[in-house]
Ligand binder design. Structure first.
Ligand code: SF4
Length: 380
């Protein structure tokens, strides 16, 4: 049963051109109404899965969207509503995603007061021209000010997100962004390769002729980040994530290591027991259902024991720690029939340098990380 809780806050003050996450610009009355609904959705799940309440809560991650759009009162209402249902005594990590434009001193005071101990700030680039071109509603100075405000408010565990492979970002410009990131006393750095999500303004721009960097340029930008961050003491513990020792995101680690998690809010995904479900991206329906104590609509998949185990185990190949197949077979007896075939396939992939065995664990090499999705698809 999940010890890891995700809450999606589906509001933003506009739409970044590349963004494929579910978020809308909504009226203040809708945002206010929303603030207690994730807790009520929790009640809906608890009614059909009473075991949910038995697992100690270890990580809480509030993302979006822009959680700060709830306002300080809304954040407190949400935290109070959760605290009535769940004990925070066992909580090790509570992350909130922040946008630079919303990062006021009052926000950080509220986050600190409700128990948040980790913030992740969406910076994406430290170049104003690039930020404007991708539809961000802040400049580089606001991003730096947001980071400093978080640190001044006592958030020793502050991370940022960057995007690699944005159009017109030369290696020299990218290097400036990486150096700026390194200079800011952060504990965690995420670098996502730009992807074109269908239905976004970026997808339209590409259709209209915008040229994006090719695969080689994108890989070079990711390599540049790995070299710069490595030199600064950050370990690449997952394909897109770097941390100083001890500052890896515990919530995301739990998800990649195949543990149960519960997601609340429209578009939120959950993995509980042999089930996976994803709430639909429809805010109106979400509000209508949850206000009437009915679970939100969505899609669900039931797995048999072997499928369940395969999915939980194999995605840990994204992590630099890799996987210990013998230990996983003990954790999931249903894997018994798969482990030998995986062992063989991972050994085959070691020949062209895609995987490597380190002690009892298999992991992807630098070359393997470049083709990670294809490897995972083949193994599942
Ligand atoms: S702030 Fe984040 S969630 Fe909102 S539109 Fe931009 S990328 Fe998407």
């Amino acid at each position: 049963m999940p010890s890891h809780l995700y809450i999606h806050v589906p509001f933003c003050d506009g739409k970044c051109h590349y963004c494929g996450f579910f978020s809308v610009v909504a009226a203040p009355s809708v945002i206010e109404l929303y603030s207690t609904l994730p807790a009520r959705e929790y009640d809906c799940h608890l009614a059909r899965l009473p075991e949910l309440g038995k697992a100690p809560l270890r990580t809480l991650y509030m993302g979006g969207g822009t959680p700060a759009m709830l306002g300080n009162d809304g954040l407190k209402r949400l935290a109070d509503a959760l605290a009535k249902r769940l004990s925070f005594d066992t909580l090790e990590e509570w992350t909130v995603e922040i946008t630079p434009a919303s990062a006021s001193a009052a926000l950080f005071a509220t986050l600190s007061a409700i128990g948040v101990n980790r913030v992740s700030i969406g910076v994406q680039s430290f170049d104003d021209t690039i930020l404007k071109r991708i539809g961000r509603r802040h400049d580089a100075q606001a991003a730096v000010a947001a980071i400093k405000r978080a640190q001044d408010a006592g958030f020793a565990n502050t991370g940022i997100d960057l995007i690699a492979g944005l159009p017109d970002v030369t290696p020299a410009l990218w290097s400036e962004t990486l150096d700026r990131a390194i200079s800011l006393s952060l504990t965690h750095l995420s670098v996502y390769a730009l992807t074109v999500e269908s239905g976004t303004p970026l997808a339209q721009q590409v259709e209209d002729g915008l040229e994006l960097p090719g695969d080689d340029d994108q890989l070079a930008a990711l390599d540049q980040a790995e070299a710069a961050f490595g030199e600064a003491g950050f370990a690449r513990y997952e394909i897109s994530n770097y941390a100083l020792p001890g500052f890896e995101c515990r919530h995301n680690l739990a998800v990649w290591r195949g543990y149960d998690y519960l997601g609340l809010g429209p578009a939120a995904a959950s993995r509980v027991g042999r089930m996976r479900w994803t709430n639909s991206k429809d805010l109106e329906e979400y509000i209508g259902n949850v206000k009437n104590d009915t679970p939100p609509p969505g899609e669900s998949t039931a797995f048999d024991a072997a499928e369940d185990a395969e999915e939980r185990v194999i995605f840990a190949l994204r992590l630099s720690e890799g996987i210990d197949l013998a230990a996983e077979a003990r954790r999931f007896p249903a894997l018994a029939g798969r482990v030998d075939a995986w062992e063989q396939r991972l050994a085959d992939l070691a020949v062209p340098g895609i995987t490597e065995r380190v002690g009892d664990r298999w992991r992807l090499t630098a070359r393997g990380r470049e083709v990670c999705d294809a490897v995972l698809r083949e193994l599942v």
